[in-house]
Design a protein around this ligand. Structure first.
Ligand code: AMP
Length: 425
C-alpha cells in the first residue's frame, strides 16, 4: 500500500551531509574552547515543567506569551519543549545543589530548542544553540571571559562581519526606577507609537527599543536611557567589564538601546551580529542574570551566560571543513567469479571489513551489487585511499592515489593497507 508523502513540519529541517560535518566541526571547536576555560558539558531534558519558563523567562516575553510548545502529558501535567537553555541550567544548578561546589560553576551545552516563530531563513521552530553559563560569581571577569569565549568561537568558525554591542541594564532597583520613567515617556508620546508597542507599555516597555516602526524609533531616540541611570555599583561593574574587554583586545560598541528579549537580565547584556546574515543578524548574545536562580527557588546566586544559534553560525561562517570522514579502505569483491563463488568472496570481504575496523581503519564494504568498475567509481567518490577487490583465490589491493596495485593473499590485505598508510604518514 502506498501513501501520501509526509514532510517534516514547517520551520524544521533535516541535517544532512556537509551540514552534519560542519556541525561536528562546531561541536569540536566549542568543546576545545569552553572545556579549556573550565566549562563542563551539561545535558538537560528536552521538556520541562511549563512553570520553569513561565517564571524563569518571564510572563511578559514573546517567548512565554506566544512561542512555547506547551502540552499536557498523560498525567495531566503541563510540560513545555525548552525554548531556551538558561532557565533549565539554573534549575539543574539548584536541583543538584551545585552551590556547594567551588564557584563559579561553569556549564555549557549544545542542544535543540523550540519556539513557535514565523519561519524564515535563519529563523526556525526547532533550532540548535551552543550556550555557556557561569553561576556563582559576580566578578566582572566572568562577564568579560564569557564574551571573549563566544568571540573566539565565532572567529574560529569563520563568521564574517562580526559586531559586538554591549550595554548594562543595571540591577533590579535602578531598572524598576527606569521602567517607570520610560513608561511616562511612552505614555506622553502614545500617538506616535506602533499599536504593538502601545499595548506593551505596561507589560514590557523596554522592548520598544527593538521596534523598527518609524514613529516608535523617533520616540525612542528621545527616550531616557537606562545606562544614564545606573547606580554606583552597577556603573563600576560595567566600567570594569569594559576595561577587561579592552585589555583582551576585543572591539565593541556601547549601545544604550540594546535590550534583550528575556526578562531575567541584570547588568551586562551583549549581542554579536554578523553582516552576512541579512534580516536575522543576531548570531549570539547573552548577559548577566543575578536574580534568576533565586527566582527559581535556589539560594541568591549571580549568573552570566550566552547562547548562539548553530544554524546562524554556520550560515555566516566560513566554508565547511573539507573532505568529511576519509575512507582508508574500500572493500569490494569480484562479482563475476566462477559459479557459486559469490557468497564465498562476499564473506571473505566481510571478514576483511571487520579486521580492518578492528585495526583502527575506517573501512566500508560494497553493499549495492555494483560491477567492478562501479565499485572503483564509488570508492573514488568516497575518497578512499585503498580499494581491496577480493577474488576467489587472492585479493588485489589498489592504491587510489597513484593507481598502482598488488596481488596479495587475501588474509594479508589489511596488513598491507596498514603498511601503506603508515609509509605515507
Ligand atoms: P536568544 O535565546 O533569543 O537570545 O537567541 C540566541 C541566539 O539563538 C540568537 O542570536 C540566534 O542566533 C539563535 N536563535 C534564536 N531563535 C532562533 C530561531 N528561531 N531560529 C534560529 N536561531 C535562533
Amino acid at each position: 500500500m502506498s501513501g501520501e508523502q509526509i514532510k517534516a513540519p514547517r520551520g524544521t529541517d533535516d541535517v544532512l551531509g556537509e551540514q552534519a560535518v560542519a556541525r561536528a566541526t562546531l561541536e569540536a571547536r566549542a568543546t576545545a574552547i569552553l572545556q579549556g576555560a573550565g566549562y563542563e558539558r551539561i545535558e538537560t531534558p528536552t521538556f520541562e515543567a511549563t512553570e520553569l519558563f513561565a517564571r524563569g523567562v518571564g510572563s511578559s516575553t514573546d517567548i512565554v506569551r506566544k512561542e512555547m510548545y506547551t502540552f499536557a502529558d498523560g498525567g495531566g501535567r503541563s510540560l513545555t519543549l525548552r525554548p531556551e537553555g538558561t532557565a533549565p541550567v539554573c534549575r539543574a544548578y539548584v536541583q543538584h545543589g551545585m552551590h556547594k561546589l567551588p564557584q563559579p560553576v561553569k556549564l555549557w551545552y549544545l542542544s535543540s530548542f523550540f519556539r513557535y516563530e514565523r519561519a524564515q531563513k535563519g529563523r526556525y521552530r526547532q533550532f540548535w544553540q551552543v550556550g555557556a553559563e557561569a553561576l556563582g560569581s559576580e566578578d566582572p571577569a566572568v562577564d568579560a571571559e564569557s564574551i571573549v569565549l563566544l568571540g573566539a568561537l565565532l572567529r574560529e568558525m569563520g563568521v564574517s562581519g562580526v559586531r559586538l554591542r554591549l550595554s548594562s541594564l543595571g540591577g533590579a532597583e535602578s531598572r524598576e526606577r527606569y521602567r517607570e520613567r520610560l513608561q511616562k515617556h511612552l505614555r506622553a508620546n502614545e500617538q506616535r507609537l506602533s499599536s504593538e508597542v502601545r499595548e506593551r507599555i505596561e507589560l514590557n516597555p523596554l522592548r520598544a527599543f527593538d521596534s523598527a516602526h518609524e514613529g516608535t524609533v523617533a520616540t525612542m531616540l528621545e527616550a531616557p536611557k537606562l545606562l544614564d541611570e545606573l547606580d554606583a555599583g552597577d556603573t563600576e561593574h560595567f566600567a570594569e567589564v569594559r576595561a577587561l574587554l579592552d585589555r583582551a583586545g576585543v572591539a565593541y560598541e556601547v549601545d544604550p538601546t540594546l535590550v534583550r528579549g528575556l526578562d531575567y537580565y541584570t547588568r551586562t547584556v551583549f549581542e554579536f551580529t554578523s553582516d552576512a546574515l541579512g534580516a536575522q543578524s543576531g548570531v549570539g548574545g547573552g548577559g548577566r542574570y543575578d536574580g534568576l536562580v533565586e527566582q527559581l527557588g535556589g539560594p541568591a546566586t549571580p549568573g552570566m551566560g550566552w547562547a548562539a544559534g548553530v544554524e546562524r553560525i554556520l550560515l555566516a561562517g566560513g566554508p565547511p571543513a573539507a573532505g568529511g570522514h576519509a575512507v582508508d579502505l574500500y572493500v569490494g569483491f569480484d562479482v563475476l567469479g566462477e559459479d557459486g563463488s559469490y557468497p564465498r568472496v562476499k564473506r571473505a570481504a566481510w571478514e576483511i571489513l571487520c579486521e580492518a575496523r578492528s585495526a583502527g581503519l575506517s573501512a566500508q564494504l560494497e553493499m549495492a551489487g555494483r560491477s567492478l568498475k562501479g565499485q572503483l567509481g564509488h570508492a573514488n567518490r568516497l575518497g578512499a585511499r585503498f580499494v581491496a577487490i577480493v577474488g576467489e583465490r587472492d585479493t588485489v589491493l589498489k592504491d587510489m592515489r597513484d593507481g598502482s596495485q598488488e596481488t596479495l593473499d587475501t588474509d594479508k590485505t589489511v596488513h598491507a593497507a596498514l603498511r601503506g598508510l603508515r609509509d605515507l604518514a
